[in-house]
Design a protein around this ligand. Structure first.
Ligand SMILES: *Cc1c(COP(=O)(O)O)cnc(C)c1O
Length: 403
């Protein structure tokens, strides 16, 4: 499967049975226009060069692959390397995708960008890129999330974006996405919808992955330089799945490299208590394949097929659906998925802060928690790369209350 794996999705946007384009008729033309625009940009050397330049000089790529010397000694297991996406401008991997899509919008003649945001990080990255490129920016955000991430709301407004509160449903990310899609249908001539993860209808899952795969391309070169060989294991947290697929993708063809995605285990295994869509083997209830926001994938839902509510201490992992490529990697058993609960994630954040001097985002802390759990069973000569998808500054309020 490895050779084929690299070439997915197929022309219909399918990763095996997952993915695709399940949208109302009104969205077909905008998506087809976007698909054509992206296909043209992909083979445009000037576009690639401009993106490279911004990634380097504006966002801060390449990010270091840091040997976590003290964490390695502390856990007494494999040699642990941290891919430091937290060091990027705006504090997380999300800027990779925002720069890519921002330049694409510009290339397609769209002067207005809309986005949705959960943790606020994607909204901040989008507002940042819109400011840098001189584009108008409107960000939809659930009012519950606005409350949880007040500082990010302020940042977006400071950057010149309009933040629109969404008071419907659970007042979180999935409601903001519905609102953004409505806006797009109405204003498509002037507007690009800058989707924030490897979700939504084709071509988004493939396009967002492509803008993040630089993470794994860099990490692969860096680990070969540092260790002279490939890693045994990659670990990353999975909300929609963009930082994880960004790290994984360059290694999909390397069968010796195991991949582990870590979802939000929240505060329990019952439906509504967690956001674990692919970790059924670990006992998390409620995930079945279905369609949400234009893509066919694993979704947390009630027995009647209603989208379930979710819970996580980290807003960035708190979403009912997972990217379709991850659903497929799970089905093919090319990647493994598990979940970590709120308490373990908070503990891991504290451990990394004290032992390595890095305060990770609570999202990233989920992957570190699972690594901390597994490391003692691994051998000293093994090599692991953990993706530190973002920094924890945005989570200080939550951490302070929690501890
Ligand atoms: C948004 C976010 C995530 C989750 O999104 P993915 O698409 O799964 O990567 C993870 N970590 C951080 C720091 C984030 O901001």
């Amino acid at each position: 499967m490895s050779a084929a794996a690299k070439n997915l999705p197929d022309e219909r946007g399918r990763f095996g049975p997952y993915g695709g384009r399940y949208v109302p008729e009104t969205l077909m033309a905008p998506l087809e226009e976007l698909e054509r625009g992206y296909a043209a940009a992909r083979i445009d050397a000037a576009f690639a060069q401009r993106l490279d330049d911004l990634l380097h000089n504006f966002a801060g790529r390449p990010t270091p692959l840091q040997f976590a010397e003290r964490l390695t000694a502390h856990l007494g297991g494999p040699r642990i390397y941290l891919k430091r996406e937290d060091l990027l401008h705006t504090g997380a991997h999300k800027i990779n995708n925002c720069l890519g899509q921002g330049l694409l919008a510009e290339r397609m003649g769209k002067r207005r960008i809309i986005a949705e945001t959960g943790a606020g990080q994607h909204g901040v990255a989008t507002a940042t890129v819109a400011a840098r490129l001189g584009l108008e920016c409107v960000v939809y955000m659930g009012t519950e999330d606005m409350e949880r991430q007040r500082l990010n709301v302020f940042r977006m407004r400071l950057l010149g974006a309009e933040v629109v509160g969404v008071d419907a449903g659970s007042r979180t990310l999935k409601d903001a996405i519905s609102e953004a899609m409505r806006d797009w249908v109405t204003n498509v001539r002037s507007t690009h919808y800058l989707l924030g993860s490897v979700l939504g209808p084709h071509p988004y899952p493939a396009m967002v992955r492509d803008f993040h795969k630089v993470i794994g391309i860099e990490a692969r070169e860096q680990i070969l330089r540092a260790e002279g060989r490939l890693p045994d294991l990659l670990v990353a947290c999975v909300g929609g799945g963009s930082n994880a697929i960004g790290l994984f993708h360059a290694f999909i063809g390397d069968e010796s490299v195991r991949m582990l995605g870590v979802e939000a285990g929240g505060r329990g295994h019952g439906l509504g208590e967690h956001a674990a869509r692919l970790a059924a083997a670990a006992g998390y209830a409620g995930a079945r394949p279905g369609v949400l926001h234009g893509t066919y994938t694993y979704i947390l839902q009630t027995p009647e097929g209603q989208i379930a509510t979710t819970h996580s201490v980290s807003a960035g992992l708190d979403y009912a659906a997972v990217g379709p490529e991850h659903a497929w990697l799970a089905k093919e058993r090319r990647a493994e998925y598990t979940a970590v609960d709120d308490d373990a994630a908070v503990d891991a954040a504290r451990t990394l802060a004290r032992i390595e001097g890095i305060i990770p985002a609570l999202e990233s802390a989920h992957s570190l928690a699972e690594l901390i759990r597994r490391a003692p069973q691994m051998s000293l000569d093994q090599v692991v790369i953990a993706n530190v998808s973002g920094r924890g500054d945005k989570d200080m309020d939550i951490l302070a209350r929690y501890l």
